[in-house]
Write a protein that binds this ligand. Structure first.
Ligand SMILES: CCCCCCCC/C=C\C/C=C/C(=O)SCCNC(=O)CCNC(=O)[C@H](O)C(C)(C)COP(=O)(O)OP(=O)(O)OC[C@H]1O[C@@H](n2cnc3c(N)ncnc32)[C@H](O)[C@@H]1OP(=O)(O)O
Length: 302
């Protein structure tokens, strides 16, 4: 990542120090509190992170036009940002959102899977796994502020968060449409979806590669709340306050208890999953499907 965390604001008052202490200790504090904010910012080409130490909330803004696709740079920036935030005692919660109009994320960059050899596939898939693992196993409260379409890997970001708020726009879609692209959602992402939607709904969603409109996503529980687009971020911040009212240690232990089985299974099968991906994605038939899908995406414009 090109840039480093910059400490940009000054602590000037006892009020701000007590709020920061509040953030560190995981005790409930009333916010939004706009006075005497203490901010850290970090920007890479694909991702911007703003941490407000006075509230303990970091906002990670995906800013890789045209569609926030997850290329290697994106995945590396994401992993580094997550590591920094996880280690920062001032950070208790993370909101994910997008600066790209109408798109939260188009998912994995198909160009990273098309026309590349097994070595690249291996490195790429490890980075994809890492993104999911870091978010799914995070100690922070994680909220996806889905302010645009969110297919496949975009849906992965939402699913692995603790709570999902989506813009109430029927033209925005979310779901795991991998089968449509000619690829298959990995077992750990399938498990993540089963936990959210249940087995039957997941089976239908995955086999039919379904992308749900925002209202339909709410109906099946793929997102937790719909709000007008301009309120997605503020609602995420308000929701964070509710999650922060629970002591960190008990919420974190509860989260890790709920996610342990999926994480353990992932960790035990991680290398096999990488090999399977590298073998699968480099097959001629899969490359053909990816090529056809890419051509369709490009043709849409013409
Ligand atoms: C046995 C074990 C096997 C394991 C195998 C595992 C396989 C991996 C499985 C799961 C993990 C996740 C996978 C994925 O994420 S695959 C990606 C799936 N994504 C999509 O299908 C989304 C495709 N994109 C869209 O639908 C739309 O772009 C949109 C709705 C997001 C936005 O629409 P719009 O604003 O109209 O933009 P455009 O469509 O015009 O796109 C602009 C530009 O961007 C290019 N593009 C779009 N999406 C991608 C992408 N995912 N990767 C690369 N490039 C993308 C698009 O082609 C346009 O390009 P341009 O014409 O050159 O401008």
């Amino acid at each position: 990542m090109a840039s480093v965390l910059r400490h940009s604001a000054k602590f000037t008052s006892g009020i701000s120090s007590s709020l920061a202490a509040c953030a560190r200790n995981g005790t409930a504090c009333a916010f939004p509190c706009h006075a005497f904010r203490h901010r850290n910012s970090s920007t890479s080409s694909k991702i911007r992170v703003d941490l407000d130490s006075s509230t303990g909330v970091a906002v990670m803004t995906l800013q890789g036009p045209p569609v926030n696709s997850m290329c290697m740079d994106f995945l590396t920036d994401f992993a580094i940002s997550m590591e920094k935030l996880e280690l920062d005692k001032n950070c208790r919660g993370l909101i994910l959102t997008s600066a790209v109009p109408k798109v939260f994320s188009a998912g994995l960059d198909i160009m990273e899977m098309y026309g590349k050899g097994p070595e690249h596939a291996t490195v790429f898939w490890r980075a994809v796994q890492e993104m999911w693992f870091k978010l799914y196993s995070s100690n922070m409260v994680t909220i996806a502020a889905v302010n645009g379409s969110s297919p496949a890997g975009g849906c992965l970001l939402a699913l692995s968060s603790d709570y999902r708020i989506m813009a109430d726009n029927p033209r925005y879609v979310i779901g795991l449409n991998e089968a449509q692209v000619g690829i298959v959602a990995p077992f750990w992402l399938k498990d993540n979806m089963v936990q959210t939607l249940g087995h039957r709904q997941t089976e239908k969603s995955l086999q039919l590669a379904q992308l749900y409109s925002a209202p339909d996503a709410l109906k099946i529980g793929l997102v937790d709340k719909l709000v007008p687009e301009e309120k997605v971020l503020s609602t995420a911040t308000e929701t964070m306050a509710k999650w922060f009212s629970i002591p960190d240690h008990s919420r974190q232990i509860t989260k890790s208890m709920m996610r342990k089985q999926t994480i353990d299974k992932f960790l035990s099968n991680r290398e096999t999953d990488i090999n399977n991906f590298a073998n699968f994605v480099t097959k001629d038939s899969i490359q053909k499907s990816l090529g056809t899908y890419l051509a369709k995406l490009k043709k849409k414009k013409a």
